[in-house]
Design a protein around this ligand. Structure first.
Ligand SMILES: Nc1nc2c(ncn2[C@@H]2O[C@H](COP(=O)(O)OP(=O)(O)OP(=O)(O)O)[C@@H](O)[C@H]2O)c(=O)[nH]1
Ligand SMILES: [Mg+2]
Length: 259
């Protein structure tokens, strides 16, 4: 089995066409994003602002056999380290630092389960480029991540998070090309979209969609910003569809403040 963190892709890697130029990291706005997570602003559209308000950290899983047995459906989040995975989970849940609960040393290489509704889970996977030692990566891939992505029946789809300023890195391609043959759907969140101008957003979205058109599994792509809470409703529609939660579930009623 190929390890997307260490091996070359089996399929020829398409040229990196995403035309958006990488900008220097703007630490100040990243801090602002973190601060915004601490103090969520009043949602413009409360029905969709926090579509998974019941989300709670459930457990950290080091062995596949320890994954929740009651799971009916789950969605996994994967992406480069620092791409914005935890922020996206927090934003969808409307909870402060929820996804950091499990972020203690030694645990980050495992599967972190969040319960979003009865028997429905988000699974936070380790970010690419997280491990210090390549052998650790390979071992972890062979015993946990690879088998999880390939054999977990309850896994209904994969959310791949990419920084919209540098989408489709080599490791993103490796993950996508490895996962596509499973035939399960992929939804790409182009994160930190607030760092791009409108024009750059449009161009990047179009380019990434074009690049992934022939991936070989169902794939959808959207812009997302945890800072601005942009793209939350669109992401929620896809994820609720995968999880078998209709859009007017109790979770939405709760978000609106109804009992
Ligand atoms: N401007 C902006 N910054 C963001 C956004 N989302 C995340 N960030 C920032 O990007 C940095 C990384 O975000 P995380 O959510 O921790 O990324 P991650 O993918 O979970 O990182 P690892 O757990 O290390 O793999 C933090 O400083 C966030 O505040 C966003 O939508 N806009
Ligand atoms: Mg994280």
């Amino acid at each position: 089995m190929s390890d997307p963190q260490t091996l070359k892709p089996r399929v020829k890697t398409p040229p990196k066409k995403a035309a958006t130029k990488a900008k220097p990291v703007q630490k100040r706005s990243e801090k602002a994003a973190a601060a915004a997570q601490e103090r969520p602003s009043a949602p413009k559209d409360p029905g969709h602002a926090h579509p998974f308000p019941r989300t709670e950290f459930l457990t950290t899983v080091a062995k596949l056999r320890d994954a929740p047995g009651d799971a009916v459906a789950e969605v996994a989040f994967v992406g480069r380290s620092n791409a914005g995975k935890s922020s996206a989970i927090n934003t969808l849940a409307g909870k402060t630092r929820l996804a950091y609960v499990s972020k203690t040393p030694g645990r980050t290489q495992h599967l972190n389960y969040f319960s979003v509704a009865p028997d429905r889970y988000f699974v936070d996977l380790p970010g690419y480029g997280f491990a210090k030692v390549p052998e650790d990566v390979r071992k972890q891939w062979d015993v946990l991540l690879g088998p999880y992505l390939q054999t977990r029946e309850q896994l209904k789809g994969l959310v791949v998070i990419m920084d919209s300023r540098r989408p489709l890195t080599e490791m993103d391609w490796q993950m996508l090309e490895w996962f596509a043959p499973t035939g399960r759907p992929v939804h790409v969140l182009l994160s930190k979209a607030d760092k791009l101008s409108r024009q750059e957003q449009t161009k990047t979205l179009r380019q990434v969609k074009a690049d992934l058109a022939d991936l070989g599994c169902p794939v959808s792509v959207q812009l997302f910003s945890s800072l601005k809470r942009d793209g939350v409703a669109e992401a929620a529609r896809v994820l609720k569809g995968w999880l078998g939660l209709c859009d007017n579930t109790a979770t939405d009623s709760e978000a609106l403040g109804h009992p």
